[in-house]
Design a protein around this ligand. Structure first.
Ligand SMILES: Nc1ncnc2c1ncn2[C@@H]1O[C@H](COP(=O)(O)OP(=O)(O)OP(=O)(O)O)[C@@H](O)[C@H]1O
Length: 254
């Protein structure tokens, strides 16, 4: 019943999700649907529960109540090989893309491939590494080590390393944090290129409103444990709701 999702079909479905840590009620009835091929931006202040939501989606935390279906499976009910299989279909691009400093770009990209897919020939490995590097526009860096790359290039290689396993879902955690404005624009473009080229379904967690506007098909604004508003950038921010207006005024730069 799963796997073959068509554009517009829900790949991630979160319904009435609750999560507390003791007296700290982080998620209080979260609803979110992300459809095949969609870029969904999750916006919210620090500490609002964006990471907790993502951790529930990948089975690192369990919700107290509610549903979280990813690729048709209720994540909290999966364990062992089933959870591992699901995670292989999800690519995470973390804030610190954490490349291995002592390895070349080629070796960094080979690593997840060889570890997760058995019996690849040398030629297949080379072909996949080169193809994904080409997709992020950095084929020329193949023999360099991370210290020789700029922050933006490292971020791109981190995204390439995630893409090499051909994930169906991409989770970007603060993809533009710590980058200069021009590099931010390049990363925004890359996120959109990844969507076009790999037809991924993505969640992009960010505080960066330019990133949200440029990459988000829809934006979901997390406030006080719920998505206060979900819609296009214009739909979310064309509002009289004071909390959304103040988030916009405080964060918008360009
Ligand atoms: N395992 C945990 N145990 C206890 N509290 C937790 C745990 N994980 C998260 N929290 C708390 O839940 C709240 C939401 O945390 P979360 O990391 O999801 O925030 P965030 O929206 O991702 O913030 P940021 O933008 O700063 O990364 C915080 O108050 C955090 O301290």
């Amino acid at each position: 019943m799963e796997e073959d999702f068509k554009p517009g079909e829900p790949v991630i479905e979160v319904r009435d999700l609750y999560k507390s840590f003791g007296d700290l009620h982080v998620l209080q009835g979260v609803d979110l649907t992300v459809t095949k091929g969609e870029n969904m931006v999750v916006l919210g202040r620090s500490g609002t529960g964006k990471s907790v939501l993502i951790k529930i989606m990948i089975g690192l935390l369990k919700q107290d109540r509610g549903d979280c279906l990813v690729l048709g499976k209720e994540v909290s009910k999966l364990d062992g090989n089933d959870l591992r299989d699901l995670r292989l279909k999800i690519g995470f691009s973390f804030q610190n893309s954490a490349l291995y400093d002592s390895m070349t770009v080629r070796e960094n990209l080979e690593f997840p491939l060889v570890r997760n897919i058995k019996d690849l020939t040398r030629a297949e490995i080379n072909e996949q590494v080169e193809s994904v590097l080409d997709a992020v526009g950095l084929l020329q860096t193949i023999n360099q080590v991370p210290a020789e790359l700029s922050g933006g290039q490292r971020k791109r290689i981190g995204i390439a390393r995630t893409l090499i396993l051909k994930p169906e879902v991409m989770l970007y955690d603060e993809p533009t944090a710590g980058l200069d404005p021009i590099t931010c624009l390049e990363i925004n473009e890359l996120i959109n290129e990844v969507k076009e080229k790999y037809q991924t379904t993505s969640i992009i967690i960010t505080h960066d409103l330019t990133c949200a506007r440029e990459t988000g098909d829809r934006i979901a604004m997390l406030l006080d444990g719920k998505f206060l508003k979900t819609g296009t950038f214009e739909e979310v921010f064309d509002t009289d709701e004071e909390r959304i207006k103040s988030f916009y005024d405080y964060n918008f730069i360009q």
